[in-house]
Design a protein around this ligand. Structure first.
Ligand code: FE
Length: 195
């Protein structure tokens, strides 16, 4: 098991999530509904995230693994946005809860691409501290996320229905829906050698 954070608040969250995924036995609706309440409690206090997992990078948004379930049923990640940083349009292939803790982020939701067509924007939401968004293949799984601020760092806490840094998923070209496979990895692990 990987747990990067030692704060009792975070460990209580992990205990609660362990109990939830055990009891829900893969029932996504239960996990999202009850997991949202657990995440809401966690992000209500911005006093537990260690500095090592809150560091922005001048060029790239950062994804720090905070906890990986030993059975890969879920993982918890801090997403750290430098000013103006954004993701490409991407999917997850698993459910995810996104809880805003510091600053603010913008999420744009896109439809599943039709071959050769420009991708359709379905909607846009801005998350403020305490707000929680969710995605899944069932609810809509394709989005682009950006720091709503161009002059300060924002941080959100994400919970995914698998070991997200190890999952092969896709980025999309918004102009024509072309997909490309990628595996995100984590910012707090040694960089793998190219090739
Ligand atoms: Fe995402």
């Amino acid at each position: 098991m990987t747990t990067t954070v030692s704060s009792s608040r975070f460990l209580r969250f992990v205990e609660g999530f362990d109990e939830l995924v055990e009891r829900a036995a893969g029932a996504e609706t239960t996990i999202l509904e009850e997991g949202k309440a657990l995440l809401h409690d966690l992000i209500a206090n911005d006093d537990w995230l260690p500095d090592c997992c809150a560091q922005p990078h001048h060029q790239y948004y950062q994804q720090y693994l905070l906890h990986a379930d030993p059975e890969d049923r879920y993982s918890v990640v801090s997403f750290v946005w430098g000013p103006g940083q954004e993701t490409p349009v991407h999917n997850h292939t698993v459910w995810a809860l996104i809880g805003m803790m510091r600053g603010s982020e913008r999420g744009e939701r896109f439809s599943v691409p039709e071959s050769g067509q420009p991708m359709r924007l379905l909607g846009e939401d801005t998350l403020e501290p305490g707000d929680i968004d969710m995605v899944s293949p069932r609810l809509g799984d394709i989005h682009r996320v950006s720091n709503a601020f161009d002059d300060r760092v924002s941080i959100s806490i994400h919970v995914y229905g698998g070991n997200i840094g190890r999952i092969s998923r896709h980025v999309f070209d918004i102009a024509n829906g072309t997909t490309k496979a990628f595996v995100s990895g984590y910012s707090n692990e040694p960089t793998k050698a190219a090739g």
